[in-house]
Design a protein around this ligand. Sequence first.
Ligand code: ARG
Length: 459
Amino acid sequence: TSNQMWGGRFAAGPDAIMEAINASIGFDKRLAAQDIEGSRAHAAMLASTGILTDKDAKAIREGLLTVLSEIESGDFQFSTALEDIHMNVEARLKEIIGEPAGRLHTGRSRNDQVATDFKLWVRDQLDAFEEALVTLIQAFLGQAEQGADWVMPGFTHLQTAQPVTWGHHMMAYVEMFGRDLSRVRDARARMNESPLGAAALAGTSFPIDRDMTAKELGFDRPAANSLDAVSDRDFALEFLSAASICAMHLSRLAEELVIWSSAQFRFVALSDRFSTGSSIMPQKKNPDAAELIRAKIGRIFGANVALMTVMKGLPLTYSKDMQEDKEQVFDAADNLMLALAAMNGMVRDMTANRESLEAAAGSGFSTATDLADWLVRVLGLPFREAHHITGALVAMAEAKGCDLPELSLADMQSVHGEISESVYDVLGVHNSVASRTSYGGTAPVRVREQIARWKEALK
Ligand code: ARG
């Protein structure tokens, strides 16, 4: 038998393979609530503009609520033959209320319908994404407050560079996730235009009120061009791009947690709640959550590339290719939210090992730059010459197997005769970090200002 939605011009029904490749109900059932919300708004508008009678609109709106409760309770029989969520809902509505169900699709197409449903879904995800970012930033602020003046090595090339504070390192992640937060907010503001009423592509001859449905669905305004409205998936791509950049941040952090929790570093202890053991090695406590976050990110990047690729060659307006948008976004959203939740738990629970951090901060000649700066400031040497003298002192310490503060004054003076006792003041890690008071620097006083600024911003 031919299709009940468009069977008029068809003599035969679809091949089973056609049905299989065409159907999206297997995944777009996740849009059920949005589909029904959109249809209820559309029906109300059709009645208020006189396109439908109040009686029909009422039957439709109530019938849709019945369909929703069936879906929510798990009683709904989804049909692959009915292709997608839109037709499954409408067909069931017809079974429940009869003839008026066929009037719901007046002045509308599945093209504006699916764009509307999907936008509503992505908008909810952006809201959840925003909330998860705020929670994660708060977790970092807690860590930063506790250890604002704890010292640790700062790295470049993963080689010891200069001492920094634990608080400063935590606040670096606050900045990163703070940019993610602002990207999410930007994307949400930009995407919030209603496609509903664009109809198939050209608009409609019915006297619809697009402002009314836009308002009802929480959009700021109707999308201004009907062709663009049905062919636009930028909102999904912006979600995936913001998700990808955030995922990249999560992955860098995960990598640090893996390194930091190793026996060689011992910078942090992860909680039992976010670690696993080994079935053979009794001593093991593995940072599996961090590793899985680092790995899951691949799916999010993949989704971004996949949807970009789907969209890049499509002529305006709608093409069925666009049905491939949803699974990518669903999978990326599920994994992003899980990764954010797991990272939030890990960061809240982790214990920084203040002693290990401090011991590591002083090793690897981390205050060599402070020594060079001292030669410039106190002896008036050009920085390049100071750099060279300090390099010679580092080489001497390395040969003796000690750190810079352990060189005797006589050793120092053998390299440059004017070096005096006060040089030892700058070789200590606490003095080193305290001296870096430039804006954005690692000094505890600056770090505490940034913590206060962020707390204010998140109020
Ligand atoms: N299932 C379709 C999708 O997800 C709905 C829109 C179908 N529109 C069409 N003209 N065939 O994109």
